[in-house]
Design a protein around this ligand. Structure first.
Ligand code: UDP
Length: 470
């Protein structure tokens, strides 16, 4: 506990669960362990909060000042078919005047305030400077991804082609070599509006006073050290893993948890592609067959297929099939009834991962999902789809060796035989022992990092002392 009079921190959260969950957890940590007065400002692209969002926000302590901005009215006038990612950017832009009012009122109350923004929130930096507020970035992924984000404006200036044509993998200090094809989206699409937006955001990351990263020293010692030694980048605070905690159990319990209760210990593979990940119809079919052929128990969060976009957050609205029976192979549900469960909606993932029946996680490698798996000691199968997930997959499969990778066929599809092979490896093969052992090491390192005088706890305290000393 650090005591002082009430200095303030405001945390601005971009829309979508992937941003909301770590921001809420970080805000909780600040409220519970320090005397800072915390204001959390959430943004949404719809006019009301979803049940999942509400249940996350319900875990916030009362002392925290919560401001929820729902969809700005201007969104009503957007042309039909506007991409969801653009809706997010516009929401952030339209909310700026309101944000100014909020920040001004906070500054009045107490002269000193620090503002924390996330990856998409850097639009607010100019306003913060004008108001005399110091800004920090909360980078909700790992240090390898952060290193690339900080380096990309330079690479953009030096290399003019598409990154998949880079003559050799990019070697960032302290990081694993990263082939251009594995660069985060939308970097592989040079020349598009999305690419330009990404570069303009990345250029601003070095303007902040400090960068808080949801990773920890022992997970990425090389990358952390290199970032800390690089005088050209802001001060780095690895405070991770910051993951969901103290979740209220759903009142009636979830069907999937009841089902897990009935399965043998350490027998179930959990399959999920995060809050937005989607597969094509053909790929869903291969996955279904792969699961069935593996003969392993599974809990699959199966989302409606999408033929063009790997994330429903990137897709335009389409008619979603909510009933998996409509897009899974005929009689799949009947045939796998004894050993598989398919759900179509949100599941309480932390509960699933911490359940004694869960023994593996086939994941899209979203960073929150990855950290949650590490904290719960569940080894992975890496099936990256979009955003920085391919980079994460390189880190997990080649670097940390806590995930098994899948090999694509010539058409960029994971075939049922390959899927089944890798699932069996993770769940019952010789490989299982090795990967579980690696995961145990990483899990212990994570526990140490956030434990008393662990590296992340120290970084957190440094950051808090800096804010307290204003
Ligand atoms: N999540 C969940 N239930 C679901 C899907 C996702 O609780 O059915 C949570 C998951 O635990 C994680 C977050 O949503 O905290 C997803 O974040 P991640 O970075 O893994 O992926 P994203 O959804 O941002 O691609």
């Amino acid at each position: 506990e650090i005591s002082s009079n009430h200095q303030q921190v405001a945390i601005l959260v971009s829309p979508e669960m992937g941003h909301l969950i770590p921001a809420v957890e970080f805000a909780k940590k600040l409220t519970i362990h320090t005397n800072l007065h915390v204001t959390l400002i959430t943004q949404s692209t719809s006019s009301s909060l979803s049940m999942a969002e509400q249940s996350i926000l319900d875990t916030l302590p009362e002392e925290l000042n919560l401001v929820c901005l729902t969809a700005p009215s201007q969104l009503k006038n957007l042309p039909e078919g506007t991409l969801a990612i653009n809706v997010i950017f516009l929401t952030i832009a339209y909310n700026l005047p309101l944000l100014r009012t909020i920040l001004e009122s906070l500054v009045c109350r107490n002269s000193r305030l620090a503002l924390v923004v996330d990856l998409l929130g850097v639009e607010a930096l100019d306003m913060a400077t004008e108001l005399g507020i110091s800004s920090y970035l909360f980078y909700t992924s790992n240090c390898m991804s952060l290193s690339l984000s900080l380096h990309i404006p330079k690479l953009d200036a030096e290399f003019s082609g598409q990154y998949r044509d880079l003559p050799k993998p990019l070697e960032l200090p302290g990081c694993l070599p990263l082939p251009g094809k594995d660069f985060p989206d939308p970097l592989p699409l040079r020349g598009t509006e999305g690419y330009a937006k990404c570069i303009s955001l990345a250029k601003r990351y070095s303007e902040v006073k400090g960068i808080i990263v949801n990773s920890f020293d022992e997970l990425e010692p090389g990358a952390v050290k290199a970032l800390k030694e690089n005088l050209g980048v802001p001060r780095i605070y690895p405070v991770g893993p910051v993951v969901q905690s103290g979740l209220a159990k759903a009142e009636n319990g979830y069907e999937c948890i009841k089902w897990l209760d009935e399965q043998p210990q350490g027998s179930v593979l959990y399959v999920s592609f995060g809050s937005g990940g989607t597969l094509t119809g053909a790929q869903i079919e291969e996955l279904a067959w792969g699961l069935e052929m593996s003969g392993q128990r599974f809990l699959w969060v199966a989302k409606s297929p999408h033929e063009h976009e790997p994330s429903s957050a990137l897709a335009t609205a389409q008619s979603l099939k909510n009933n998996p029976a409509e897009f899974l192979p005929i009689e799949f549900m009947e045939r796998t009834k004894g050993f598989g469960m398919v759900v179509s909606s949100w599941v309480p993932q932390m509960e699933v991962l911490s359940h004694a029946s869960t023994a593996g996680f086939l994941t899209h490698c979203g960073w929150n999902s990855t950290l949650e798996s590490i904290v719960n000691h569940v080894p992975l199968i890496a099936w990256p789809l979009y955003a920085e997930q391919k980079l994460n997959s390189v880190l997990l499969v080649e670097g940390l060796k806590i995930a098994l990778g899948l090999v694509e066929d010539g058409d960029g599809l994971f075939r049922r035989e390959e899927i089944s092979r890798v699932i069996k490896c993770l769940m019952e093969g010789e490989e299982r022992k090795k990967i579980r052992e690696k995961m145990r090491e990483v899990n212990e390192a994570a526990t140490r990092a956030v434990g008393k005088s662990g590296s992340s706890s120290r970084s957190f305290m440094e950051l808090v002392s800096e804010w307290m000393s204003y």
